[in-house]
Design a protein around this ligand. Structure first.
Ligand SMILES: NC(=O)c1ccc[n+]([C@@H]2O[C@H](COP(=O)([O-])OP(=O)(O)OC[C@H]3O[C@@H](n4cnc5c(N)ncnc54)[C@H](O)[C@@H]3O)[C@@H](O)[C@H]2O)c1
Length: 251
């Protein structure tokens, strides 16, 4: 694993009990950062912390539903309380309601509140700390569906386009304050979220067939992009939605 030189830095990761979040929390720790892992699934979040500890890294768990502004405030406060500062915020928690009709009011509201409003809450709270500190890096998880349409998922597509727009807004707002704000836009990545499709030979063949590189992505490949965006190597990069999709949107 590449070391992105984050010794002494502190990172938050939402949805840190799952595929991309867990891989990124492990990558942050592997590059020297202390990590505040949060999730709504306590067992999974605590398992990520245990994995980091087993590798000799520093991490702590705090439950946080990103759709609840009070829980988000408490999560960011916990990072500062526990590790003394906040340098990198990976606002990643999300849900995909691929099997239900997103035009249903309740399904729509849930998707927007977690996938978009939750990112706003996390960004707002992280930025408040970073503004006091004089800088930081924020990465929001969007999707290829934040840049191109998807005929079957109106709420997810709208939310992820919203994340890209919000990222561009925040990058402009805080550009002179030392805070860089970027988004990562994964293609289809092999995580618990995509497990059903990955296990279905027909669906898997369809995904692999539409992806120029001919395979699904790995969570570690998203983690590498996030860490680069948070590192000094990306010091002039802000407001950018970084596609990590095996070429699927290059058509
Ligand atoms: N896997 C993919 O193919 C793919 C593609 C594009 C974008 N994404 C995005 O990447 C992010 C991570 O997805 P993943 O594939 O790792 O999914 P995952 O389901 O493996 O992990 C998501 C994690 O978020 C947590 N979570 C769900 N709702 C939450 C909430 N309200 N508050 C806090 N945590 C919550 C879950 O418990 C889980 O641990 C999501 O934003 C997703 O939309 C995934």
């Amino acid at each position: 694993m590449i070391n992105y030189g984050l010794d002494g830095k502190v990172a938050t990761v939402t949805g840190g009990g799952g595929g991309i979040g867990r891989a990124t929390a492990l990558a942050f720790a592997g590059s020297g950062a202390a990590v505040l892992v949060s999730d709504v699934n306590d067992a999974d979040g605590e398992e990520t912390v245990a994995m980091i500890a087993a590798l000799g890294g520093r991490a702590a768990y705090k439950r946080c539903n990103v759709a609840d502004p009070a829980e988000v405030k408490a999560m960011v406060a916990a990072a500062v309380e526990r590790f003394g500062r906040l340098d990198c915020a990976f606002n990643n928690a999300g849900i995909n309601s691929v099997t239900v009709d997103e035009y249903d009011d309740a399904v729509w509201d849930r998707s927007i509140s977690i996938n978009l409003t939750g990112v706003m809450y996390c960004m707002r709270e992280a930025a408040e700390v970073m503004l006091q500190q004089g800088g930081g890096a924020i990465v929001n998880t969007a999707s290829i569906n934040g840049l191109v349409g998807n005929p079957s998922q109106p709420a997810y597509t709208a939310a992820k386009h919203g994340v890209v727009g919000l990222t561009r807004h925040a990058a402009l707002r805080w550009a002179k304050c030392g805070i860089r704000v970027n988004a990562v836009c994964p293609g289809v990545i092999e995580t618990p979220m995509s497990a059903q499709a990955a296990a279905d030979p027909q669906a898997r063949a369809m995904i692999e067939g539409m992806t120029p590189m001919g395979r699904m992505g790995r969570p570690e490949e998203i983690a590498a992009a996030v860490l680069w965006l948070c590192s000094d190597a990306a010091s002039f990069v802000t407001g950018h939605p970084l596609l990590v999709d095996g070429g699927v949107t290059a058509y």
